[in-house]
Design a protein around this ligand. Structure first.
Ligand code: GUN
Length: 295
């Protein structure tokens, strides 16, 4: 069993990007600039956004964090996105999800200029991704593809079971793994809350991507010997022994599943850091006016 070390791969990606930023600056070109919008004060969202902003500084990007109260009106939020759209110094815009219930998430995503949509959530970018055209690919599935590529994992012809059909992870992941790319070329089964024979399907999987948001959901009896396990879950579980009062666990019961696998991502330190590396890659491409192409 080999651990897929997201921290290590993310750092390698960030080192490369830092070098590219140094080159851009030496040529008198603009510094990549990411704007992040955070609404409310959910602990998890705060942590993710803080980590994204910190990573920008580490590799020499500029970043702007706009924080708004939970009660912000939809109009005020949309007006602020419009200002970022019109600001030529801003290359990438991300609005941390989820948003409060009174705000229409779809409208917010549709308001982001698709050329600055480094999360790859705008329907125009989703459409391009589905068509196999160069575009911004959502950061978590993109990060997973980068990790599979880094470890030179052969995915061709394998059966991948993706658990979870969110727009952020499961749906784009299923598309990327099924494409004629390397990594890619999988036969993909996309499972969700209405899937009847989930355990049977998982037992047939060469690759499982768990993105359901339920702690320890995938257990050893659901996993075939030698499977590749990608754990997207970052769940907070109460733990009085921790200063924070919680610990992070994935969607996979790591201790019992790991001995059966060929490769597995840990939580924390697996997919999480790769999401950030992928976002930074998208932002670099936004800054130089180019889109990543996975082919
Ligand atoms: N919430 C959970 N994951 C993500 C992500 O990748 N981007 C944004 N904007 N919000 C998220």
């Amino acid at each position: 069993m080999q651990i897929l070390d997201g921290k290590l791969v993310s750092q390698a990606t960030k080192d490369l990007l830092a070098q590219k930023v140094t080159e851009l600056k030496a040529l008198g070109k603009k510094t990549p600039h990411l704007a992040a919008i955070l609404v409310g004060n959910s602990g998890a969202s705060e942590t993710y956004v803080a980590s994204k902003v910190k990573s920008c500084a580490e590799i020499g990007y500029n970043s702007t964090l706009l924080r708004f109260d939970e009660q912000i009106s939809e109009k005020h939020l949309l007006d602020n996105i419009q200002l970022l759209n019109e600001n030529p110094d801003i290359d990438g815009i991300l609005v941390q999800l989820p948003l409060p219930k009174h705000i229409n998430e779809e409208l917010v995503i549709n308001t982001i200029d698709p050329t600055k949509d480094v999360d790859g959530f705008h329907p125009m970018n989703v459409g391009k991704m589905v068509s196999g055209l160069p575009t911004y690919v959502p950061a978590t599935p993109y990060g997973i593809m980068l990790m599979l590529e880094h470890y030179n994992i052969d995915t061709k012809g394998k059966h991948a079971v993706v658990i979870g059909r969110s727009h952020i992870v499961g749906t784009p992941m299923s598309i990327l793994l099924s494409r004629n790319t390397k990594p890619g070329n999988c036969t993909v089964t996309l499972c969700h809350s209405q899937t009847k024979n989930l355990k049977e399907l998982c037992l047939q999987a060469d690759i499982i991507v768990a993105a359901i948001g339920r702690p320890d959901y995938v257990t050893a009896d659901m996993v075939k010997e030698g499977a590749i396990i990608i754990d997207v879950g970052i769940n907070r579980v109460a733990d009085a022994s921790k200063k924070s009062g919680f610990r992070l666990v994935g969607d996979v019961k790591f201790d019992e599943v790991a001995p059966k696998c060929s490769f597995i991502t840990p939580v924390p330190g697996g997919v999480g850091p790769m999401t950030i590396a992928a976002l930074l890659k998208n932002t670099y491409h936004a800054s130089i006016g180019e889109k990543e192409h996975l082919n």
